[in-house]
Design a protein around this ligand. Structure first.
Ligand SMILES: Cc1cc2nc3c(=O)[nH]c(=O)nc-3n(C[C@H](O)[C@H](O)[C@H](O)COP(=O)(O)OP(=O)(O)OC[C@H]3O[C@@H](n4cnc5c(N)ncnc54)[C@H](O)[C@@H]3O)c2cc1C
Length: 392
């Protein structure tokens, strides 16, 4: 593994750094750094700016409007994005569905859906989990029964992130009850989230915000041609998508930015009459986080080396997901420790508190979820034990 950039890669890095400097709105950067929940309009506007510059679907091949970058260029782009303080964006269409359609979709599906993801016209949500079917996803019950040229869908999906912003949904449905559970699952595209029979109920999460929903389907008709892959092939499609999801959730570049930000705050902010970074316990915690992040970055380089060599992300993505999300959580804990008194009046408006700390508790609370979504830590540990350590 060679982690030195070539002169061409260094020139690329310079170009990307300049682009973010010139195009990232100050207000968006400040909100992102301070952990403010962005509105739909803010997210869409930023994604359109990226799209117009050709920087939204950076992992896609040129054939479908991607820049055709190498894995190292993509790594550099993401590192520069995070260092600039730009938000990560909504990945459902770009990182999850796009690659799935390229691998399993029909030509008609690719032509219909991929350009609208690339231009940020469509917002997709992910309908996998159900009450009682999260880690044990293969037990899902949401039923799709063929009636003429349509499937008729009945059932419910839960924890559907931003279903209330989405106009479309990719969904796992049960098309056969008389076989091994995995073999009875199909992957289907729901074209219109405002179609008759679809009801979206909000779930307020622990940070007090509305990101999540429960979605109900009551005799919702979806054309048969919206199946991705063959009937019963949904499990293979779903597994392909999940490896892509896990590598991105680790969020190493954003954690590095977060740490830099905390170090800067510790230098500037006074607590008990002296800068926070003169407090030995804060200094020790910052050093611990930095050491963990360096180790994590090398694990990230290992998966990058695999991708650069043309190998798909393997079970190492589970390792990255466990450690990456634990680091996100411990950094958010450190922010709350550093905020001290100012973390206390969370959501009650504390206008006198430093801006950097006003959302520390909110972020701390929400990040309890990152060791759950995209496959819980315990389940990832099972994968590591079986696939990497050869146990069980
Ligand atoms: C913020 C957030 C956003 C989400 N967004 C989406 C979304 O957009 N679309 C979507 O489809 N889903 C989404 N999810 C759902 C998420 O994928 C599930 O919550 C997750 O897979 C866990 O499933 P569960 O909640 O049913 O918990 P369970 O599977 O019931 O797990 C409960 C506990 O048991 C443990 N456990 C379960 N099985 C095992 C095992 N075999 N070995 C050891 N321990 C085990 C788990 O680790 C956990 O601690 C989201 C979840 C959250 C929190």
């Amino acid at each position: 593994m060679n982690i030195d950039y070539t002169p061409e890669e260094l020139a690329f890095q310079k170009k990307i750094r300049k682009w973010f400097k010139e195009n990232l709105p100050d207000d968006l950067k400040r909100k992102n750094l301070n952990g403010v929940t962005l509105t739909k309009e803010e997210i869409v506007a930023w994604q359109k700016t990226l799209s117009e510059a050709g920087y939204l679907v950076v992992g896609w091949p040129q054939e479908w409007g991607g820049p055709g970058w190498t894995a190292t260029q993509r790594y550099i782009f993401d590192a520069e994005r995070a260092t600039a303080g730009a938000p990560v964006g909504i990945s459902m269409g770009i990182i999850m569905l796009g690659p799935v359609l390229m691998a399993f979709g029909t030509q008609e599906q690719k032509e219909k859906y991929l350009p609208k993801i690339r231009n940020c016209e469509d917002w997709w949500c992910q309908g996998y989990s159900e009450p009682g079917s999260g880690s044990d996803l293969a037990s899902l019950k949401c039923q799709a029964v063929l009636d003429g040229d349509d499937y008729v869908i009945n059932g419910t999906k839960i924890w559907t992130t931003y279903a209330h912003f989405a106009n479309r949904c990719f969904c796992l449905v049960r098309t056969n009850n008389d076989c091994k559970p995995q073999a009875g699952i199909s992957f289907i595209l729901i074209d219109d989230m405002s179609a008759p029979g679809i009801e979206i109920q909000p779930i307020t999460s622990i940070d007090g915000e509305h990101h999540l929903n429960q979605v109900f389907f009551d005799n919702v008709r979806v054309p048969k041609k919206n199946l991705v892959g063959a009937e019963g092939q949904g499990w293979t499609v779903a597994k392909y998508l999940l490896t892509h999801e896990r590598t991105t959730i680790a969020g190493v570049a954003d954690s590095k930015l977060n740490l830099t930000n905390l170090k800067e705050i510790a230098r500037k902010k006074q607590m008990n009459g002296k800068p926070l970074n003169e407090d030995p316990s804060i200094r020790r915690r910052l050093a611990e986080e930095e050491i963990k992040l360096i180790a994590l970055e090398y694990t990230n380089f290992r998966t990058l080396a695999d991708t650069a060599a043309g190998r798909a992300p393997g079970p190492e993505s589970s390792l990255l997901k466990i450690k990456g999300t634990e680091t996100q959580q411990s950094l958010s804990e450190l922010a709350v420790e550093m905020a001290g008194y100012f973390a206390f009046p969370w959501k009650t408006g504390a206008p006198e508190g430093p801006e950097e700390f006003q959302h520390a508790t909110e972020r701390y609370n929400f990040l309890r979820a990152c060791t759950i979504y995209g496959g819980s830590t315990e389940v990832q540990k099972n994968v590591v034990a079986k696939m990497l350590l050869g146990l069980g």
